[in-house]
Ligand binder design. Structure first.
Ligand SMILES: [Fe+2]
Length: 347
């Protein structure tokens, strides 16, 4: 028995080695794509599975919550990364600034993704959007519209909740403010907004809804997808109560053009060993089919116009996106961050 067993094992081991050898050879040519992602990989896994079913290209994901850019940088020319997926356009521009991405010219991507939420030179592409909205108390606030500027007005004194002014969600918003109004107006705005805070700028976006339910604040600046996470029950029964305590208003800037959005997005790695597969994957991710799946998985807005978001998000109303290209905001991020400190926003 033992001898037979050993024999079988040896055969099995040989077969496995052979399969690995041939599998490895074919994979290296055209059968796989390697995705480095700082997002929870479970969100995109159904999409990757669908991509594999359609193309036969296997998707290998590496989840790197912190230090994705540093990892790819350290791997250098030998990096197996083909696609890098991150949240926040600042993270994508950081990848570009480090020389870790390559330009992709794809009519499919250019047609599916509006110009303001992708890099004009093709170094990165938005895949989904999150709107920086305002939660208001369903009980105590009856306004239907609001501008970001108005939140600094005295009528909101002691009524506003927000997370740290240094959080990327907020520096992105404040950079957009600065792009429209300039530095002096932004300093005055941050001073006024800080004066209106009901509590120190801290915690997360959902805490704004929690504190509205508790009567601590009447309005909170927060991301749209958290409403889906709260109201769906994904975050638990308590968060459902927070979600039900609020209404959502889509603010615009005073120019009335639209609501500030940020993105989750992707870039093709400079040294991608499977570049063509990387482009195929990105093109798949902006297909109508994939956009609908992705938006429902994370309660974000599809980047592709005409694709419906999750019903919970759709019920909030219509998102009109501020048309300022994100790439134009990036130059204001650092200055906005400095102003946050200068006015003691978080103190
Ligand atoms: Fe978030």
């Amino acid at each position: 028995m033992t001898k037979t067993h050993t024999g079988r094992s040896a055969v099995a081991a040989l077969a496995l080695a052979t399969a690995t050898l041939f599998g490895g050879a074919s994979i290296a040519t055209a059968q796989e794509v390697n995705v480095y992602t700082s997002r929870e990989p479970g969100l995109a896994q159904p999409l990757f599975d669908a991509f594999t079913a359609e193309t036969g290209i296997r998707v290998n994901t590496v989840f790197i919550q912190q230090g994705l850019a540093e990892r790819v940088e350290a791997e250098g020319a030998a990096s197996p990364a083909d696609v890098m997926m991150v949240v926040d356009y600042g993270g994508l521009i950081d990848l570009v600034d480090r020389g870790l991405t390559q330009a992709i010219a794809s009519p499919v991507l250019e047609e599916a993704i509006p110009a303001n939420v992708r890099d004009p030179d093709g170094y990165w592409f938005g895949l989904s959007m999150r709107a920086r909205v305002v939660y208001v108390s369903a009980e105590r606030v009856d306004i239907e519209a609001l501008t970001y500027e108005e939140l600094a007005n005295p009528e909101w004194q002691g009524r506003v909740c927000i997370r740290s002014g240094q959080h990327p969600y907020n520096t992105s918003l404040f950079a957009a403010f600065m792009a429209k109004h300039g530095e002096d107006a932004t300093r005055a705005y941050l001073t006024g907004l800080r004066a209106n805070l009901a509590r120190p700028a801290a915690g997360g976006d959902r805490d704004g809804a929690r504190d509205i339910l508790a009567g601590i604040c009447d309005v909170a600046i927060a991301n749209s997808y958290y409403v889906g996470l709260m109201r769906s029950g994904t975050g638990g029964a308590e968060q459902q109560l927070w979600g039900d305590a609020i209404r959502v208003i889509f603010p615009t800037f005073s120019d009335g053009l639209g609501t500030h959005v940020n993105i989750s997005g992707a870039a093709v790695a400079a040294n991608a060993p499977n570049r063509d597969n990387a482009v195929l994957l990105l093109e798949f991710l902006v297909s109508e089919e994939a956009q609908e799946i992705y938006a429902r998985a994370n309660y974000e807005y599809p980047i592709r116009p005409g694709v419906a978001p999750d019903p919970i998000i759709a019920a909030l109303g219509t998102l009109v996106v501020d048309p300022t290209p994100l790439v134009e905001l990036s130059e204001f991020r650092q200055a906005a961050s400095r102003l946050v400190d200068a006015v003691g926003f978080d103190n």
